[in-house]
Design a binder for this molecule. Sequence first.
Ligand code: UTP
Length: 292
Amino acid sequence: MKTVKKAIIPAAGLGTRFLPVTKAMPKEMLPIVDKPTIQYIVEEAIESGIEDIIIVTGKGKRAIEDHFDHNLELEENLVKKEKFDLLDKVNYASNVDLHFIRQKEPKGLGHAVWCARKFIGDDPFAVLLGDDIVKAETPGLRQLIKQYEETESSVVGVQQVPDDETHRYGIVDPSTIEGRRYQVNDFVEKPKQGTAPSNLAIMGRYVFTPEIFSYLEKHQIGAGGEIQLTDAIQQLNELQKVYAYDFEGKRYDVGEKLGFLRTNLEFALDNPEFAEDIEKMMKDMLLEKAKL
Ligand code: UTP
């Protein structure tokens, strides 16, 4: 069995839910406390055993490449000022070996993954969405890779969502369950409200066998006029099993405003450097508001 050592991070979307900030700034670069979102995702991939990462970028996404590049002037300046702790942080990002490819037009997530096909070749691979952070004791992707190793099949990460949110996600129609792993009848992208076959939503982490590319290359247009990854998963599931795995941990959608604000607050509250101050700030703010 081939092991999963390659990962794709699609980061070429327009980020329309987060306009106007995403007009010139990639949403994947928006900071969660002091690190851009995409760095958390790259760290998860590395902690999961991934050795080669390709980021799919597009127009206006140069800042992502710059973040993972060396900035010699900055590094020299930090050395001169003996700010070695900051130097370590800056160097972490620039020492990660990444590859980049451009999606010329944002035609959908399925198309973004297809753009990286030559890099993947005939190997199994992971996909981590560029605007979804997972906080978990065992990294989310590592949990999925373990399932791949047990089943030698593609695995999609899922979690339960409330009834009134199913229409925003790819949803699975599960058949049998074994522990946290489901066999799946159908994968449906953004079902109309009230029609979802379950509450199990696809959450931005996947492991695929390379056969998925034979469906992605059809460039079939799906929900929202985009080439959807979920449609290719549904077709792959007819050829070879695709499992859904209810991974442990919390997933944060940083690609929309409320999710972003919540993620920042939660991560700051979890950070000993800020926790006490943030708690006090929040209490003071609420008291001030109550007085108005
Ligand atoms: P989203 O649907 O969350 O991204 O895709 P989006 O299209 O940028 O979002 P909105 O709806 O306009 O606000 C999930 C991930 O897939 C990437 C995005 O960058 C994001 O990280 N993506 C999406 C691509 O790389 N290419 C695409 O054509 C679409």
